[in-house]
Design a protein around this ligand. Sequence first.
Ligand code: UP5
Ligand code: MG
Length: 197
Amino acid sequence: FPFDKKTVVFVLGGPGSGKGTNSEKLVHDFGFVHLSAGDLLRAEQKREVSQYGELIAHYIREGLIVPHEITIGLLRNAMMDHPDCDRFLIDGFPRNLVQAKAFEDTVCRAQKVLYFECPEAVMLDRLLNRGKTSGRTDDNIESIKKRFNTYVNDSKPVIDAYAKDGKVITVSCQGSVNDVYKNAHDHVAQLFKDIGQ
Ligand code: UP5
Ligand code: MG
């Protein structure tokens, strides 16, 4: 396991719950490398030579989970691009139990899961608002409903499973960007205190 000595935190929560927004701030304050599985997939989709372009485009528009071999390959490569970094935020992954096991079996385990807990109505509002300017093919009401379905059926069970292992740190998404981040920041500071870093 090349990554066993690294601190890896999964950043999970529903579509639009604030994973990306908070991850960027955590990078700034704690020196993490931030790897968003969705961003990596969107970048891969745009590469002209990629053999997966159309497949990824379809899965994202339909709010479905891209086969995990593809996503894990992208994440592993991205981690290997940062050999000197020992703190990683893996944002928006794993999205189902099979992916979680495959990642743990072939890459590494996560120390903790940062879970952004957010009511669906709030997420819907944020995503529709972002959709006015994001250019994301899945920020429209049809795709958003499909993303919510996948989240409830496939992704939330991953969070529940990690919660049983005592690995989940829950951050409430109610409040301003700064309020939510303050909460996230304090939890992560405590985590590094606990592991003596
Ligand atoms: N915003 C954030 N916080 C706010 C606050 N406190 N108050 C007011 N506004 C706030 O935030 C969303 C919006 O809300 C932004 O406009 C922000 O300014 C505002 P953001 O931080 O972007 O939320 P995030 O949780 O990152 O939302 P995102 O849309 O990225 O989540 P998804 O999980 O849906 O998207 P992701 O990119 O991870 O995945 C997209 C698709 O890729 C998936 O549906 C799937 O098809 C595919 N995928 C896989 O197949 N496998 C994977 O492993 C990962 C993705
Ligand atoms: Mg995101």
